[in-house]
Design a protein around this ligand. Structure first.
Ligand code: RAT
Ligand code: ZN
Length: 417
């Protein structure tokens, strides 16, 4: 057998890296907002530094009580995070490195610019221009927001109406409905959808009307929930009853996928606020049962625990109504992204979506996509190299096809049903 030359293989790798770096991507789950939401769309150095991933890390070093930190204004909190994580220690964690990649891609050198001068640089931008700059630099052709009708800051903006930015798609987020029914029921009653919190036909009907009104109002592309590791399906809990009687029939009627994100333990340390959530291993039998019992529904899933990733891939092999995506939150670190991306290529081929950013601050799309694209490219190049060793050389056109599929195409096809 004639072995392929090293230089031909190096060319293949370079080609894959170039294509993955430059192919426009869809970012299918973020916490960003259409610019019409004004100050709800976060961006700039202070928001980058008070990102909850960094706050959790800063508290490993900060001596002050939690409440003293929260009493400070945003720039003062950012000063503390910067001092703890960048000045007193080298910023090697993924979230810290992310700030540096972001600044670097924006053309800024934090070694030569202190925080006040970085603040002045960001202050020179207008939001629409900065949105354009970030999405352009990150090569994002569209992104999905997280839109909760239960959010008191967000809801009035939708109710008032605004001209949509076509790059920002809506995802209907419904956590309270499924994990805190008594509270959600009180809101639904207040808004005139239900009469009582009893789980009966009238309440189910009202809850479906609530979803339908909001899906229409925001032009939702999918429905999403995050769930604790204790999530089971089916069982006799309100969650199962509401999934069966409200969410799944609604999704079928509107042709929308239902996205599940199991594995988050909310408020493990409430004093850390948004930074206080943890992770637990999920029982993916729940997802298996959902996919098996509801073949007319489509499910999107990403799972928080590293230990669940292999079985999630196996599940996706069994159910074509399941599309798995992203390396979510605590799994969004190079070690685990590399491992998950390999697992998925090796068990699923190309039928998954390797990444979403989960960005809460617009500028973060720069680092999240830069870091992820590098790993996706290196794993994919390795897989193509393995094929080349058998004599199967992928063409430039085939690489482009595959990468377009991975960076949003497969998701679009799955959502189209
Ligand atoms: O990654 C995050 O920022 C988390 O706080 C969560 O918001 C998570 O992504 C979620 O959507 O629940
Ligand atoms: Zn999220």
């Amino acid at each position: 057998m004639i072995l392929p030359s090293d230089s031909r293989l190096a060319d293949l790798t370079a080609r894959v890296e170039r294509i993955v770096a430059n192919t426009p991507a869809l970012d299918i789950h973020t916490h960003l907002y259409d610019p019409a939401f004004g100050s709800l769309l976060l961006w700039g150095i202070d928001d980058l530094l008070v990102y909850h991933y960094l706050v959790a890390e800063a508290f490993r070093h900060l001596p002050l009580p939690y409440e003293d930190f929260w009493r400070l204004d945003k720039p003062a909190q950012a000063d503390l995070v910067w001092d703890a994580l960048f000045v007193r220690h080298s910023p090697v964690s993924e979230a810290c490195r992310g700030v540096l990649t972001t600044l670097h891609l924006l053309g800024l050198d934090p070694r030569r610019n202190d925080l006040p001068s970085l603040r002045r640089w960001f202050a020179g931008w207008k939001t629409p221009d900065f949105v354009h700059r970030c999405l352009d630099l990150a090569r994002i052709r569209g992104l999905w927001m997280t839109n909760s009708p239960f959010d008191d800051d967000e809801r009035p903006v939708w109710e008032q109406g605004f001209t949509r930015d076509p790059r920002f798609h809506a995802a209907l987020r419904i956590d309270p409905l499924l994990v805190a029914w008594p509270d959600a029921a009180a809101r639904l009653a207040q808004w005139g959808y239900i009469q009582s919190p009893d789980l009966n036909a009238a309440s189910f009907d009202g809850a479906r009307r609530f979803l339908a009104d909001w899906a229409r109002r925001i032009s939702a592309r999918y429905v999403m929930v995050s769930l604790p590791p204790s999530f089971r399906y089916p069982d006799d809990s309100p969650t199962t009853r509401l999934i069966d009687a409200v969410v799944l029939p609604f999704c079928r009627e509107f042709g929308l996928p239902f996205a599940l994100m199991p594995g988050v333990k909310r408020a493990v340390n409430p004093a850390l606020r948004l930074a206080g959530d943890g992770v637990g291993r999920s029982d993916l039998a729940a997802l298996e049962n959902l996919c098996a019992a509801n073949p007319a529904n489509r499910f999107l899933a990403t799972v928080l625990s590293r230990e669940n990733q292999h079985e999630l891939c196996v599940l996706a092999r069994k159910f074509r109504n399941l599309h798995i995506f992203g390396c979510w939150w605590f799994t969004n670190i190079p070690l685990v992204i590399d491992e998950m991306t390999r697992l998925r290529f090796e068990l699923l081929g190309l039928s998954f979506t390797p990444q979403h950013s989960d960005a809460r601050v617009l500028d973060q799309v720069l680092y999240k996509w830069d870091h992820s694209r590098r790993i996706i490219a290196s794993v994919l190049a390795e897989k193509y190299t393995d094929l080349a060793r058998t004599g199967w050389w992928v063409t430039e056109e085939e690489i482009r096809r595959d990468v377009t599929h991975l960076l949003g195409g497969a998701f679009e096809t799955f959502c189209a049903g």
